[in-house]
Design a protein around this ligand. Structure first.
Ligand SMILES: O=C(O)CCC(=O)C(=O)O
Ligand SMILES: [Fe+2]
Length: 517
């Protein structure tokens, strides 16, 4: 090689090193730019911190943007700032972040899962979600490629393939649109394509499209795990099809239908079912005072929401200031409540639904006062009741159908019944927030939907007068679509309550027929 030739080769190598350096620096800058952009977005001028925080967590997509930002985008920035020149800045940010509780991976996965629950209950399309246009809520910025990927991946893991496909296809599209600005996830395109081929195959057995995507992966990363196996599977599958079958399989994937779960419960959550006119006829409102001097001055505004079983909504029982105090007192002690629930495909998923805490009357005067008010208003004796239980549901938070009584049909709760207390005879549930969208309490067996109204109370008896559980009281808390939901339960037990709610010899013994021995 003569000198001139080797000079050209050397120049090429220098150019390569400089290009690598530029790419690395760009990666860092892009990570910093993306992170900063979200911070700017979160700090709308003119709003105070608590309003800002509330605004972010009132909308599922804003909450998701925020959580992804503090998990995935932060990971990318941390990677970018690791080298010696920028390590100091990283340490400073890390110090600041260590002093506060930031969302973690569990929050991210929980929120990603919530989109499925919200879609399936309130009947909207994935494109409403990734375009930031969820019906009945404020428009928000759309999902980024990364966000569409996170939700699509979660839905594919949960075997909701048709919906997953919508998110993953969009993630690829947005990846290409964003790529100019954000090379950070260049390396993750193969991962995204790998989930896409998986969702394509499982949603429609479209071997041609799955093969096409697998061949794209091969171009990018020939060593990708399972790649060869997948290519062989799809090739063999196609080879064994008749012409006719192939034409059918190669059709575009089935469109995602918004009617994924259209049961009774979902329809009630959407407010689509009305109670029968027969029941309506008995609905009424009245002022109740139980001849109690305190209530004579301020009788309870009682609405009969359902007759037999009787469910009441008691209006304006708690003041905003009282609620504010109860929420403040319970905030510090709330713990995540997990529920194991079955997905549509039968697999068991653990989903975060709410945070909960039992608060003794001794904890704060506001708790004691709520307990005694519940006794006054329900005309039951709070001495035989559980401590106040406070529940806070986040976005997508819900409570699956259940009975409040312990003597459930499977007998699982029997051990919780103490002979000196008895079963949970009545539920007194305080709504401590209005909920912007969603979050109703529904009774699927009696077609009843109650919408939360701050300061009001839902009240019903879980047992017949003879103490037998009333299975018509099955109820659920619908997923919160926007806003936040706080409720507080006071559960009254049977023993000692017969002074005001007389027990009977028959399930439906009316008050007058009771024989006191
Ligand atoms: O949140 C709701 O609407 C229902 C809550 C409930 O049923 C319970 O906590 O037992
Ligand atoms: Fe309940």
């Amino acid at each position: 090689m003569d000198d001139l030739e080797s000079l050209v080769v050397t120049e090429q190598e220098v150019l390569k090193i400089l290009r690598d350096l530029r790419n690395r620096e760009n990666l860092k800058l892009d990570a910093a730019r993306e992170y900063a952009q979200q911070l700017r977005h979160n700090s709308e001028p003119g709003t105070d911190e608590s309003k800002r925080a509330e605004n972010i967590f009132r909308h599922p997509i804003n909450a998701f943007h925020f959580i992804t930002h503090h998990t995935k985008t932060w990971e990318a920035l941390r990677e970018g700032l690791r080298d010696p020149a920028t390590r100091d800045s990283l340490a400073k940010i890390q110090d600041l972040k260590n002093s506060t509780k930031f969302p973690d991976d569990e929050d991210r996965i929980g929120t990603a899962h919530a989109f499925w629950r919200l879609q399936a209950t309130y009947k909207f399309h994935p494109k409403d979600v990734f375009n930031g246009r969820i019906p009945n809520t404020r428009p928000t910025p759309p999902f980024t490629a990364r966000e569409a990927f996170i939700v699509g991946q979660k839905q594919a893991q949960d075997s909701n393939f048709l919906s997953a496909l919508q998110y993953l296809e969009t993630a690829v599209e947005r990846y290409h649109e964003e790529n100019v600005l954000r090379p950070w996830h260049g390396g993750r395109l193969v991962e995204l394509l790998d989930w896409l081929q998986f969702a394509v195959w499982h949603s429609s057995r479209n071997a041609s499209r799955a093969l096409e995507i697998s061949l794209m992966i091969q171009q990018l990363q020939p060593t990708m795990e399972n790649l060869e196996h997948n290519i062989k599977t799809y090739t063999d599958y196609r080879a064994n099809l008749t012409e006719e079958q192939r034409a059918e399989v190669d059709l575009p994937p089935k469109e995602y239908k918004e009617t994924a779960e259209d049961g009774h419960y979902e329809r009630l959550c959407r407010g689509e079912l009305n109670v029968a006119p027969r029941v309506h006829k008995h609905q009424r409102c009245y002022l109740e005072d139980y001849k109690n001097p305190v209530l004579l001055l301020q009788p309870i505004k009682t609405e009969v929401a359902h007759v037999d079983p009787d469910v009441f909504v008691l209006h304006d029982v708690f003041l905003d200031s009282e609620i504010k105090r109860i929420r403040a007192v319970s905030s510090g002690v709330l713990k995540r409540a997990n529920v194991i629930s079955k997905g549509t495909t039968g697999q068991v998923t653990s989903s975060r639904i709410s945070k909960t805490a039992f608060l003794a009357d001794s904890r704060d005067p506001s708790i004691a006062s709520a307990s005694s008010r519940s006794g006054l208003v329900s005309n039951l004796d709070p001495k035989n009741a559980e401590p106040l239980q406070v529940n806070n549901y986040g976005i997508g938070g819900m409570y699956h159908s259940h009975f409040d009584f312990f003597n459930d049909p499977d007998g699982h709760g029997l051990h919780l019944i103490k002979p000196d207390q008895g079963d949970r005879m009545a539920t007194f549930m305080v709504y401590m927030t209005d909920v912007e969208v969603g979050g109703a309490t529904v009774f699927p067996r009696i077609n009843l939907t109650i919408y939360p109204e701050k300061g009001s109370v839902a009240f019903w008896f879980n047992l017949y007068r003879d103490g037998v559980p009333d299975i018509r009281t099955l109820h659920s808390g619908c997923p919160v679509l926007a806003g936040s939901k706080w409720v507080a339960n006071k559960w009254y037990h049977e023993v000692e309550q017969d002074k005001t709610r007389l027990c009977g010899l028959q399930p439906d013994s009316p008050q007058e027929e009771v024989v006191l021995l």
